[in-house]
Design a protein around this ligand. Structure first.
Ligand SMILES: CC(C)(COP(=O)(O)OP(=O)(O)OC[C@H]1O[C@@H](n2cnc3c(N)ncnc32)[C@H](O)[C@@H]1OP(=O)(O)O)[C@@H](O)C(=O)NCCC(=O)NCCS
Length: 192
């Protein structure tokens, strides 16, 4: 399956991405994605996590996508995780592993594709995610795309020795105007 956006496409998270994950998981993106944790993961651990992920996908408890630019460069991954079929909800997780692509609209393009997929294809009714109050890019993204800030846990995570709040965001299906409407509202355009 391929979900086609304006700046990125979402494609199966196959070997091309798998080969990059060890670097991504030990880099700056993981610090932001893991709310301030600086981890050092071995190749074996990354491989085990990939296998666990494949098992969850097999049980339809997770959907994973590779994020690639329109010219086919793999830059990150997007997850619809912890899918609870009986409650029709899931958590989103995004990681653009190549920091030079941060802040350029790629992540928002990917988010619009994933939200549409989660509501229209997976038939979920609620999406949520958690980030830390240091993560200005995610906070801005949430504001742009219409997620509500539903909870704040004060001083709940440490990032490089400083306390930060954990922010929980949620979006309900009836609040989602659809990808096309969001593209228009945000004025997103393909790079010329
Ligand atoms: C989170 C992530 C997927 C977002 O994708 P992205 O391509 O960087 O996001 P976008 O460029 O679409 O949107 C980010 C917004 O934050 C703004 N922004 C960037 N740096 C900022 C800063 N320091 N302060 C305030 N706003 C900032 C951008 O200008 C943009 O807003 P705009 O469209 O109004 O200009 C990506 O940054 C990433 O993978 N980061 C590392 C991992 C991570 O944080 N994962 C999320 C865990 S919840």
């Amino acid at each position: 399956m391929k979900l086609e956006g304006l700046l990125v496409d979402l494609v199966p998270l196959g070997e091309r991405f798998g080969a990059l994950e060890h670097r991504w998981e030990n880099g700056e993106a993981a610090f932001w994605g893991d709310v301030g944790d600086r981890q050092l993961l071995s190749q074996a651990t990354v491989k085990r996590r990939q296998e666990e992920r494949a098992a969850r996908e097999g049980q339809h408890l997770q959907s994973a996508f590779g994020i690639q630019t329109k010219d086919g460069a793999p830059i990150g991954a997007f997850f619809v995780g912890d899918i609870k079929p009986h409650l029709r909800l899931a958590i989103l997780g995004a990681q653009i592993g190549e920091p030079e692509y941060w802040g350029g609209g790629y992540g928002t393009d990917a988010l619009l594709l994933v939200v549409d997929y989660a509501f229209d294809w997976l038939d979920l009714h609620r999406l949520w995610l958690v980030t830390m109050s240091l993560n200005a890019r995610v906070m801005r993204q949430m504001q742009k795309v219409g997620f509500a800030l539903e909870a704040r846990q004060r001083r709940a995570t440490l990032a490089d020795g400083q306390w930060h709040d954990l922010l929980f965001y949620g979006l309900l299906r009836e609040e989602w105007p659809g990808r096309e409407a969001m593209v228009e509202r945000l004025g997103l355009q393909a790079k010329g």
